[in-house]
Design a protein around this ligand. Structure first.
Ligand SMILES: [Zn+2]
Length: 281
C-alpha cells in the first residue's frame, strides 16, 4: 500500500512533467526563427509563400501593390519581411494585411506592417473585438483598428478583386477569402479558409463551424486551397511537385477534389464532436 501510495503519484508527476516538457519544446521550435525558416517561393503567377514551417503568410501581387494574407508573430515576422524582399518586392508596397483571425500566429505581425510599412489591416468585426480584449492563447502587439469586414464584403486593388466570407467557429470572426490565382495567365478560383482548426469547445461554436464549412462548400468552382497553416493543404509537398513540374502538366495546387474532401472531413470531425458534447449533457 505504502509503495503504491508513494510511487504512483511520482510516476504520474514524471509523466505529466514529461508531457509538459514535450509541449514546451514543441512550442519553442514553433517560435524559433531558424527552425521555422522556409525559403520563399512562387506558387502562381500572382501568389507567393512567405510564411513559416507551421504557419502561413501568402503574398498576392496586384497591378497596384501587394496584399499579405496573415502576418506571423514574434521573431517569425522577419520571415515574411525578408521573404518579400528576397522575392524582389518591397514591404513598403504591402497595401493590405488580411488577418484570417485574431490569434497570435496570424495577427501577431499586423501592428508591425501598419507601423513600419503603412499597410491597412483588415479583420472581421468580431475578431477586431477579440484583438482588443483578453487574448485566447497569447498576447501580441495589438494592431490599430483599421478596416472592419462583414460577410460578402469585397476589396478591389487595381484589377484584383477579393471577396470575403465570415466563417466563424474557430473564432467568432474567422475571415475567409475568395480570390483568383493565375497559372500562365489561366485563372483559377482560390479560397483561404481562415480558421480550420478544431481546437475549441462548445456546441454553439461547433454549430457555427459546421455552418461555415457548409458555406465554403457552396462556393462554386473552387479549384485551389490556400491554407493558413501549410499542413492544412500539403503546401510543401505540392511545392516539391511544382518544382519538378513541366509545361503542360497539371498544376499541383489546382486540386478541386481535395478541397471538397478536406472540408467534408472537417465537417465530419466537427459533427462527431458536437454529437459527443450533446450526448455528454
Ligand atoms: Zn487560431
Amino acid at each position: 500500500m505504502n509503495f503504491k501510495a508513494a510511487v504512483w503519484p511520482a510516476m504520474l508527476l514524471t509523466h505529466v512533467l514529461g508531457m509538459h516538457q514535450g509541449l514546451a519544446q514543441e512550442a519553442a521550435a514553433r517560435d524559433d526563427l531558424q527552425q521555422q525558416r522556409v525559403a520563399p517561393f512562387q506558387v502562381f503567377d500572382n501568389l507567393y509563400y512567405v510564411g513559416a514551417r507551421w504557419v502561413s503568410a501568402w503574398l498576392l501581387e496586384t497591378d497596384q501593390g501587394l496584399i499579405l494574407f496573415d502576418s506571423l508573430y514574434g521573431d517569425l515576422v522577419d520571415l515574411a519581411v525578408d521573404g518579400i524582399r528576397e522575392l524582389g518586392f518591397d514591404p513598403d508596397d504591402v497595401r493590405y494585411v488580411i488577418v484570417s483571425h485574431a490569434h497570435y500566429d496570424h495577427a501577431g505581425g499586423a501592428q508591425r506592417f501598419q507601423r513600419d510599412f503603412g499597410a491597412v489591416v483588415l479583420m472581421i468585426e468580431a475578431d477586431w473585438q477579440l484583438s482588443e480584449g483578453e487574448p485566447d492563447f497569447r498576447e501580441y502587439p495589438r494592431p490599430m483598428r483599421h478596416l472592419s469586414l462583414g460577410n460578402g464584403d469585397t476589396l478591389n486593388l487595381g484589377r484584383t478583386r477579393l471577396r470575403f466570407l465570415q466563417t466563424p467557429g474557430h473564432t467568432r470572426g474567422v475571415l475567409s477569402t475568395v480570390f483568383t490565382v493565375y497559372d500562365g495567365g489561366y485563372p483559377h478560383t482560390a479560397v483561404m479558409f481562415g480558421g480550420a482548426g478544431l481546437n475549441f469547445e462548445g456546441a454553439d461554436r461547433l454549430r457555427m463551424y459546421i455552418d461555415s464549412v457548409g458555406q465554403l462548400l457552396s462556393v462554386p468552382g473552387v479549384e485551389v486551397n490556400i491554407p493558413n497553416h501549410p499542413a492544412f493543404g500539403d503546401v510543401f509537398a505540392r511545392n516539391e511537385l511544382l518544382q519538378q513540374h513541366q509545361d503542360g502538366d497539371p498544376h499541383p495546387f489546382v486540386d478541386p477534389e481535395s478541397w471538397i474532401a478536406w472540408l467534408e472531413l472537417l465537417r465530419g470531425d466537427a459533427q462527431t464532436r458536437l454529437d459527443a458534447e450533446l450526448a455528454a449533457n
